[in-house]
Design a protein. Structure first.
Length: 259
């Protein structure tokens, strides 16, 4: 992975050309240290053996952890952009959609009840919050719902419900953009302030996978093939202080023999 420290808007073009450090692509994930910031990110998928030409159902998991070297509250993450390999495929046809407004004030259990048919993944989110008495770590189960179309494109809704240090519920719409080239899909997550700006995301874990039937056919929310023995995930993390960490994680797959 590489990083860019953006000091001001006038330096953006220069910084994007003169990246500091080298991009790390690894089957074991990524570890990046920038000043006082530490980022760990990784992902995996099952099954590891996939058809070379056709698409087969897939389960994907990923996690990212943010910390500081000195133990203080890390700088807040403001945006996460994730690109998924061109050998991946998303299917939402026939899946119910969950409107963010339906679960904007719901607890985890309530949200999962209201939009049960739209659940496509689950996980966990955690954050470090600064209080007058010191720092506390808070967490919430994460639910990923199939969302309504945004400008004709699929979307997801990320839901979390924190009860400490005060009650705060998130129902974040996440557009999913179809792209050309090395990566087929781009997911953009804009993170709102946590705990009135006193909180910083420290962990996000996701497990994504959903099998369902539509019009008599078996379908999978996520599918993949293995055309080149490699599935790539690219991430771009933008932090409140202007730091950008950008890089990819590669995972190897095995092609099943043709029938």
């Amino acid at each position: 992975m590489s990083r860019v420290r953006l000091k001001s808007a006038a330096l953006v073009a220069v910084a994007l050309v003169a990246l500091v450090g080298a991009t790390v692509t690894s089957g074991r994930g990524a570890l990046v240290e920038v000043d006082n910031l530490i980022l760990r990110a990784d992902g995996a998928f099952e099954p590891r053996k996939l058809p070379r030409a056709s698409f087969a159902p897939l389960d994907f998991e990923g996690h990212a952890a943010v910390a500081s070297k000195d133990g203080s509250r890390p700088v807040a993450l403001r945006q996460l952009v994730v690109d998924f390999d061109h050998d991946g495929r998303l299917s939402v046809r026939g899946l119910p959609a969950c409107q963010p407004s339906q679960i904007a004030s719901a607890t985890v259990e309530e949200a999962r009840g209201i939009c049960r048919g739209a659940i496509v993944g689950e996980g966990k989110v955690a954050a470090v919050v600064s209080l007058a008495s010191g720092q506390v770590e808070v967490s919430s189960p994460l639910t990923i719902f199939n969302g309504p179309a945004i400008e004709g494109r699929p979307s997801a809704v990320l839901h979390a419900h924190f009860t400490e240090p005060g009650t705060q519920t998130f129902a974040i719409p996440v557009p999913i953009e179809r792209r050309r080239g090395e990566f087929r899909y781009r997911v953009t997550i804009d993170l709102p302030p946590l705990a009135a700006g006193r909180g910083s995301l420290s962990l996000i874990e996701v497990e994504i996978g959903r099998r369902y039937r539509f019009e008599g056919q078996r379908r999978s929310y996520v599918s993949a093939r293995c055309s080149d023995n490699l599935l790539r995930t690219h991430g771009r993390f933008t932090f409140e202080d202007g730091t950008v960490i950008d890089g990819a994680v590669n995972k190897y797959c095995a092609s099943l023999p043709s029938r």
